[in-house]
Design a protein around this ligand. Structure first.
Ligand SMILES: [Zn+2]
Length: 116
């Protein structure tokens, strides 16, 4: 089990971006079109990575990251049980998949259900 917080998602965003887009050599090929009102012009994966690296990720906000990437999905934490957007959650991994993301409220409900 791994606890994930919004701050840890922000602090790790450049590394996760790098893993998602290991081929960052083409700075001319736009990666994204306009999405969710954050990004006016399409950017390449390399340009986004460079902007993330310049950002102080220890103090940056979700909006700072969303402005660079073009959407809030890289910092948003959504419980897979209740679909709430939360500040922290737990990843419960199983043997052969990436795991289930569960919020504190759903964890408490699970403990109560298990205890009955
Ligand atoms: Zn939940």
């Amino acid at each position: 089990m791994i606890k994930v917080t919004k701050r840890s998602r922000i602090e790790d965003v450049a590394n996760r971006w790098r893993r998602q887009y290991p081929e960052l050599s083409d700075d001319k090929k736009p990666l994204f079109s306009v999405r969710e009102g954050h990004q006016k012009q399409p950017k390449s994966a390399l340009k986004i990575y460079r902007e993330l690296c310049i950002l102080d990720l220890s103090t940056a906000t979700e909006d700072d990251v969303a402005e660079i990437i073009g959407n809030p999905s890289w910092t948003r934490l959504e419980c897979e049980c209740c679909e709430s957007h939360v500040d922290s959650l737990l990843i419960i991994k199983s043997y052969n998949d990436s795991g289930v993301l569960i919020c504190g409220d759903c964890l408490n409900l699970a403990v109560i259900a298990y205890s009955k």
